[in-house]
Write a protein that binds this ligand. Structure first.
Ligand code: KIV
Ligand code: ZN
Length: 387
């Protein structure tokens, strides 16, 4: 009962946001990492949206038959047929179909009545069930939907065969106690007839807190992304939510199948495939997440790391040695940091890197790893050009 399903939507909700688009080969690389990470379900694309999305779903399902692969579709025949086609050879397929349920979406976007939306949702589930057993329904903008209507439509889709009901906080509107209460009400309403899923956007910076509140109230699937990428302010960050369960098991006794040591490598890979990495102060995977710069902190940390660290960096795959390097750091420390970052330097290369490093360190307070990487890459590229 306390196992939480991690539904990764980096390749769909994440990928569709600005600066995050990936080619099919790039999605394949990321998919490999998500398999290593141990996500339970991978949402690989929205097949009706583009041929690339279609191909990504098809190729990922073919390459990783043991992985459950989801394809998104609106609640229409065209979309569902296309999703089913992309999943045709998948061994473990899920069709994920959605329709908006809030009055604001019904009135301005869909121009449909509540009854029409309910009928279309039920028809979509029945059609999707024709293709596969595992069908997820999402009530888009659930948190701004009339809750009685939301309950009515949720029960109707479960009766039509939906095996997972997702109640997204599409616009990041909810706050934890409110979202928890909504989820609790729905869990009581349809019990174990379907898994209740949550999908939170981060417009108020509450996506992780809301997802956790939902799990405490009975949700058993979290939809999330690596580095929290996604529309606008992003989605619930996978690394943050699973680390919270791992580190605070005393308060949050929930399990996931995530291999924590792959969190940082997955974050790094995604940052290389899209146009940006996590912000430096991002929890768990950010450049500064385990960096100690203030003198008092460094002193305490060096005496006993638990004074200022609640997570062992290596437990989430972060290379050790996060003391900030600055103008007082020596060649040895720099060489060690380069090695931690994956670079083996010759003596001449280290001399050149050290030279540039000391210049930079003189001008600022602490040199970040990404700056060290830039220096190393320019030195290595310079050496290669000279050869
Ligand atoms: O944010 C949202 O509501 C979605 C749905 C399509 C699940 O991404
Ligand atoms: Zn979303």
């Amino acid at each position: 009962m306390d196992r939480v399903v991690i539904f990764d939507t980096t390749l769909r909700d994440g990928e569709q946001s600005p600066g995050c688009s990936m080619t099919v080969p790039e999605k394949m690389k990321m998919a490999r990492k998500l398999v290593d990470l141990g996500v339970d379900i991978m949402e690989a694309g929205f097949p009706i949206a583009s041929d690339g999305d279609f191909e990504a779903v098809r190729a990922i399902a073919a390459e990783y038959p043991e992985m459950k692969v989801a394809a998104l579709s609106r609640a229409t025949r065209l979309d569902i047929d296309r999703a089913a086609d992309a999943l045709k050879h998948a061994k473990r397929a899920r069709i994920h179909t959605f329709i908006a349920t809030s009055d604001i979406h019904l009135k301005y976007k869909l121009k449909k009545s509540r009854q029409q939306v309910l009928d279309e949702a039920v028809a979509a589930i029945k059609l999707a069930k024709f293709y596969c057993e595992d069908v997820e329904f999402s009530a888009e903008d659930a948190t701004r939907t009339d809750f009685d209507y939301l309950e009515q439509i949720s029960i109707a889709v479960v009766e039509a065969g939906a095996t997972t009901v997702n109640l997204p906080d599409t616009v990041g509107w909810s706050v934890p106690h409110e979202y928890g209460a909504l989820i609790g009400r729905m869990v009581r309403s349809f019990g174990d007839r379907a898994i209740l899923s949550v999908h939170c956007h981060d417009d108020l910076g509450l996506a992780v807190a809301n997802s956790i509140a939902a799990v405490q109230a009975g949700a058993r699937q979290i939809e999330c992304t690596i580095n929290g990428i996604g529309e606008r302010a992003g989605n619930c960050s996978l690394e943050e939510v699973v680390a919270a369960f791992a580190v605070r098991g005393d308060q949050l006794p929930f399990e996931t199948g995530i291999n924590l040591k792959e969190l940082y490598p997955a974050s790094q890979l995604l940052g290389k495939l899209i146009t940006f990495g996590p912000q430096p102060n991002k929890a768990i995977v950010g450049e500064n997440a385990f960096a100690h710069e203030a003198g008092i902190h460094q002193d305490g940390y060096l005496k006993h790391r638990a004074t200022y660290e609640i997570i062992e960096p290596s437990s989430v795959g972060v290379p050790e040695g996060r003391l900030v390097l600055g103008q007082h750091s020596g060649r040895h420390a720099l060489n060690q940091r380069c090695a931690d970052l994956g670079y083996t330097l010759t003596k001449d290369q280290l001399d050149a890197v050290y030279h540039q490093f000391t210049h930079l360190a003189d001008t600022k307070k602490g040199v970040r790893n990404d700056e060290i990487k830039t220096i190393v890459q320019s030195v290595v590229a310079g050496a290669a050009a000279a050869d």
